[in-house]
Design a protein around this ligand. Sequence first.
Ligand code: PLP
Length: 400
Amino acid sequence: MNREDFHILEEKVYKKPLIYLDNAATTQKPQVVIDALSDYYSTINSNIHRGVHCLSQKATEEFEIARKTIQHFIHAEHDYEIVFTRGATESINLVAASFGRTFIHEGDEIIISEMEHHSNIVPWQFLCEDRGAQLKVIPFNEEGMLCVSQLESLISPKTKIIAVTHVSNTLGTINPIKEIIQIAHQHDIPVMVDGAQSVAHCPIDVQDLDCDFFCFSGHKMYAPMGIGVMYGKERWLNAMKPYQGGGEMISNVTFEKTTYNDLPFKFEAGTPAVGDVIGLRKAIEYMQQIGIANIASYENELLQYGTEKLLQIDGLRIFGTAPHKAAVISFLVGNIHPYDMGVLLDHQGIAVRTGHHCTQPIMTHFNIPGTVRASFALYNTFEEIDTLVAGVARAKEMLQ
Ligand code: PLP
């Protein structure tokens, strides 16, 4: 699908055609996004919001149009519920720090899940340490599905927030977040969804989900690195203290007292990544032209095909076998170390990720050192999967 828009896919590595299957780590960028960055810096580069001059006004306009594009893309009620950050990690840190400073006290409890990326574990641990709060964990089963039935028993009157991933970057599981949010809301507990792995692969409607926060990165959805989004419901954002202090986030500053700017600027201290925000908008428009549902269904075909073919290799085990998965396949072959497999695949031009994928608790669950992970995007092909399968088989012969 649309391969010709991604010139990097014409590159050769070790004189072999590049087969890029590390999309859960970051996707490649279509030419329209690269052009948007170049156009921004060659025509309107300027600092935004505070300038009276023409360039600054143009840059501000483009920046705020991007905010609206993102609002519509995730179906947020208001554009000022969209806060720009550096990525999912910063978005989650923002929620943990700001929500935490405002609402978490000694003895309170925070619920996350066993399949979280470290980005959705460590910020909550910081908060627990600072506030004397406690972290509770929803486990997952052998298929890599969250044991949602245990959620009720984890919730207590002290539970203040639940933070859970929409899609696991290691297992591929698509979690039933709507159900989790419904259970949480019956107890008046807000839910933060880590959407880093879902936003490029399925349609998102934050109002339908009714999530309180939704965090994601641009670079996993064909946009530049270093840009991300924290969506928060207006009532939470208004109630929360700011995350970082600096320019733009203030209304009035004196040495005695500072008052804060309106939403979303209260959470956007300092000069933002204007060009990257415009790049993110282009990436979204690019995906919308293809259609998110079309991307999802094509990637699902790749997933089914890849799963079936890889399982034909004797001794290959897949970690994450839930019925509803995003296009991520984590596997091991016999007792071959994932790193060794990754290096041999690399020499055949195949880029996969190996290791714990920033989800060490998942590795502990399965008692494994790591996995090899192939993750697909809209530009991958069935032929590339055939080459991956042949490559894994060849590596297996060499290593066993
Ligand atoms: N959450 C999940 C599920 C992820 O897969 C990742 C990145 O792999 C992150 C959070 C962090 O994203 P970033 O490194 O772009 O901030």
